[in-house]
Design a protein around this ligand. Sequence first.
Ligand SMILES: Nc1ncnc2c1ncn2[C@@H]1O[C@H](COP(=O)(O)OP(=O)(O)OP(=O)(O)O)[C@@H](O)[C@H]1O
Ligand SMILES: [Mg+2]
Length: 371
Amino acid sequence: MRQGQAGAEGRVAVHDLVKRFGPVAAVDGVSLEVSPGEFVALLGPSGSGKTTILMAIAGFEYPTSGRIEIGGDDVTWAPANTRNLGMVFQRYTLFPHMSVAENIAFPLKMRGVARAERERRALAALETVRLGGYGERRPNQLSGGQQQRIALARAIVYQPRVLLMDEPLSALDKNLREEMQLEIKHLQQQLGITVVFVTHDQTEAMTMADRVAVLDHGRLQQVGAPRDLYETPATPFVAGFIGETNFLPGRTVAAAGDGMPVAVELDGGGRAEATAVGALAANAAVRVAVRPERLALAEPAGPGLAGTVIEAIYAGVATTCIADLGGERRVRARIAAGTGGRAWSAGERVGVSWQAADARAFATTAFGGQA
Ligand SMILES: Nc1ncnc2c1ncn2[C@@H]1O[C@H](COP(=O)(O)OP(=O)(O)OP(=O)(O)O)[C@@H](O)[C@H]1O
Ligand SMILES: [Mg+2]
């Protein structure tokens, strides 16, 4: 396989994409640029528009409005078979009556490549996915993971400029899925190919992708490196969807600019420090979002909000404490093993606190205030 084949032709740009199905806006104004050789994951809950975006890039769906560019060419209305993209889907789509080698060579046959050259390239693609020697088998003589590797080999054998994948690992069991995540990631790096990868599994997206595009209801919520999404979520949806988050409603004590510390008078009592996301007015309704591992538990006389431990769940690597802060507010605190914290048990009084830099205050009205 050639190295770094993406070049400039591997660039994908989606401009203000809208796709309606009757009254439903499956995709609602999404813009996204993918650099050559970059691995971008589209992540979101079921029905958020991931597959629809991928289908529009592939040319299997035409947009209601917006524009799609691949390698600088406007392909919005170009037929799928002219786009030179590789595709791998959730279910193995191998031809059952063909051998593995014939399956992989099929796209080359469709492109009029001579037999000897087809065989040579199919064998090379088999080696690339580490299944050399399996060429004569039928698909039904392979495991699920092997079949997906063959589907991958078939998608890369004609050296497409971009590889599109829609939940290619979701039919596999957990161990195999985790193995294949790294395998595909390494293969992508080795080939230098651009990948747009659809998944609803946040761990998968964060493991594999250079950048993750988070979608909800057809709208792009945030695009960023896994670390950025986790550490500095731009919306409450992202804060709640990526990892775990405690949300506490309240009102700002004073105005604060974007990224500035802000004090929040919490509904139900108590004051908390957080970092403003966007400019916040004084007395603005906000929700404070803070990760469980950022909560510090201390003796009740200490700093922070007073509460009661409801449950302490020991899970080896960490213990999760659920604390009731009164006023129907519950928070989860995660104490990593080996960090020297004391063990808490149900019924104990506790003080809950955190650093302003570790909590984010979102205006409740922003983005419809959804969770
Ligand atoms: N051909 C279609 N006709 C009508 N509605 C559609 C069609 N395809 C998708 N939709 C709707 O568009 C929305 C987005 O669907 P899409 O398949 O893109 O979601 P998804 O994020 O891929 O979800 P999943 O994780 O379940 O695969 C959904 O509300 C879906 O019902
Ligand atoms: Mg889908």
